[in-house]
Ligand binder design. Structure first.
Ligand SMILES: [Zn+2]
Ligand SMILES: [Zn+2]
Length: 317
């Protein structure tokens, strides 16, 4: 009996804090500062999710933010993307405030890269996004978007018609189905899409971001590809997926065949990086299967002697 009032107070606190973020101050405590300290005011890469389809609590689904000119440009929206963006904002990435999440680039439609899409459409809108979400992705992204909006039609209708101060533009999704080439340009960044080979997918892309101070290439999922080498070609940052060959060797033959046709081993990535010559190679979407970080890095070191980072969620480069 004595606990009931506390529960009620806690419930009220949670509800209030979940519905009145529009003018809320950012928490002042900053924990777990990133391992690297990029140049002040320059382009940053924030690893929002470095995971795979495996539901590792420490690794959200694939999602990366390129920060330039005060704007966040998201690449992929794996499960957890919105909560990781909130965590990055609390750690000091002002551009990842909910209301500012208005640019998304999708590499391909695999569920591990898109299972957070509904969250990204809905939650930032509920918390104050007033601009449309601009989405650039492969053919099929329009259908996925339409179906998500249809699935949540009742929620959207209640928020628009009810007592909540929600406006229409923030729930609008402007979808752009893309082909290889320049797909986006504004005052801060030019984004170029390039095709990557990824199993049976007809449309899978990597993206190159060119800003005033940095070039960043993000592969999405890919087998070893000349298109990555060409897109990077001495770029500042190459964010590349990878699996550990030592872990791969323990897999069953059918899974080995699948991964070989869909992804890039550490040994292969070393060869790709040696040709692509990035100033910094960032590993994400790491499929380890019990291999250690050191074993994976040793595979890459067989061919590439440049700087390599084994990314974790919320690392900033
Ligand atoms: Zn994937
Ligand atoms: Zn994939």
């Amino acid at each position: 009996m004595r606990r009931a009032p506390i529960a009620v107070i806690l419930a009220c606190f949670l509800i209030c804090s979940c519905t009145s973020r529009r003018n809320e101050e950012k928490p002042s405590t900053v924990a777990n500062q990133p391992a690297t300290s990029p140049a002040q005011g320059g382009t940053l890469v924030v690893m929002l999710g470095t995971g795979t389809p495996n539901p590792d609590p420490e690794r959200s689904g694939p999602a990366t933010a390129v920060i330039a000119g005060g704007q966040a440009y998201l690449v992929d929206c794996g499960p957890g993307v919105v909560r990781r963006a909130e965590a990055a904002w609390q750690r000091g990435s002002d551009e990842l405030e909910m209301a500012g999440l208005t640019r998304l680039f999708v590499t391909h439609l695999h569920s591990d890269h898109t299972a957070g899409y509904a969250d990204l459409i809905l939650t930032p809108w509920v918390l104050g996004r007033e601009q449309p979400l601009e989405v650039y992705g492969p053919p099929g992204i329009r259908s996925m978007t339409d179906h998500i909006l249809a699935a949540y039609a009742e929620d959207i209708d209640i928020r628009l018609q009810g007592a909540q101060p929600q406006d229409e533009p923030g729930i609008t999704v402007e979808v752009h189905e893309i082909a290889p080439g320049e797909i986006y340009r504004d005052d801060h960044v030019t984004v170029t899409a390039f095709s990557v080979p990824h199993g049976a997918w007809e449309h899978a892309f990597g993206f190159r971001f060119d800003t005033s101070d940095r070039s960043v290439v993000i592969t999405g999922d890919t087998t070893p590809s000349d298109s990555v080498v060409e897109a990077c070609s001495g770029c500042d940052v190459l964010v590349h997926e990878v699996y550990a060959k030592t872990g791969f060797d323990s897999r069953s033959p059918d899974w080995q065949a699948y991964h070989k046709a869909s992804h890039t081993s550490g040994v292969e990535l070393g060869e790709i990086a040696a040709r692509a010559r990035p100033k910094l190679l960032i590993l994400y979407h790491q499929l380890m299967w019990g291999a250690t970080e050191e074993e994976l890095l040793a595979e890459i070191r067989q061919s590439f002697d440049g700087e390599v980072a084994f990314a974790d969620d919320l690392d900033v480069y």
